[in-house]
Design a protein around this ligand. Structure first.
Ligand SMILES: [Zn+2]
Length: 128
């Protein structure tokens, strides 16, 4: 037996209808509740409502992940995935708010968006 729980998730001006399946209602509802009832109406960086859900793959291991991206300032909110249940959830900052990240320079889709890439330095190019 399987159950589908349809959750409405608002992203910017759009409302997405997402069907979460589970072996029973409890399981389907548990998957849904990480995303429903959350306020994804505005960019956490600039306040624009011109935001959308986008699916990405990491460059290295082709690991799928989701982001909400702002068309105005390119700010982004990255989703994590629970390693046991594979449920998606929104990354939060230390205050429990969605962890929106400001766009900084070039787009970098590494597998660990939270770690900043180290600038490459030529060791053998010393100025003396
Ligand atoms: Zn923005």
């Amino acid at each position: 037996m399987s159950v589908i729980y349809n959750a409405k998730v608002k992203v910017g001006k759009e409302t997405l209808l997402i069907g979460f399946t589970g072996r029973n209602l409890w399981e389907a509802k548990r998957k849904a509740q990480e995303l429903e009832y959350q306020d994804f109406t505005k960019c956490g960086c600039c306040g624009s409502d011109d935001i959308y859900l986008a699916a990405f793959l990491t460059k290295e291991k082709k690991y799928p992940y989701l982001k909400i991206v702002c068309r105005s300032c390119k700010g982004q909110l990255t989703f994590g995935e629970n390693s046991e249940t594979h449920d998606n959830y929104v990354r939060k900052d230390s205050n429990g708010n969605p962890a929106w990240e400001k766009f900084e320079g070039t787009q970098n889709t590494s597998s660990k968006p939270e770690s900043k890439p180290e600038p490459e330095q030529a060791e053998d190019d010393l100025p003396f």
